[in-house]
Design a protein around this ligand. Structure first.
Ligand code: 5GP
Ligand code: ZN
Length: 112
């Protein structure tokens, strides 16, 4: 756990969140400022800041997180489709330096 990391605190239950899924290595919870009708965040329990800190083990973890999303998205109201986004770095809009996958859906999403 990284001190002062908001997502580590959510993983530890120190900050409340609306969780829709949890397993040994990842959690999925609702974004506090949704940018779509359904906006979830899939977050590994292990702290690392971003894709620039990937190694083989973390890449495999990310693969399992994608598998989890694919398997459970229907239960989260996303059977019609969804969009995954990873913001990498400040220029891309990353504000929380703990890797996370945005899951957006529940509506027809604009593509512009
Ligand atoms: P980023 O901009 O780093 O890609 O995404 C961070 C996301 O985390 C933002 O969409 C923001 O709304 C969300 N967020 C930040 N703090 C909290 C929090 O305390 N709880 C929840 N549920 N989401 C948060
Ligand atoms: Zn963290």
């Amino acid at each position: 756990m990284m001190e002062n990391c908001v997502f580590c605190k959510i993983v530890a239950g120190e900050i409340p969140s609306s969780k829709v899924y949890e397993d040994e290595e990842a959690v999925v919870f609702r974004d506090i400022e949704p940018k779509a009708k359904i906006h979830l965040l899939c977050v590994p329990k292990q702290h690392f800041s971003s894709l620039s800190e990937l190694n083989a083990a973390r890449a495999a973890l990310l693969g399992r997180m994608l598998e989890t999303i694919g398997r459970h998205s229907g239960e989260w109201g996303l059977a019609e489709g969804y969009r995954l986004i990873v913001n990498q770095g400040a220029a891309a809009g990353q504000t929380v330096p703990h890797l996370h996958i945005h899951i957006l859906g529940g509506q027809t999403l604009p593509w512009e």
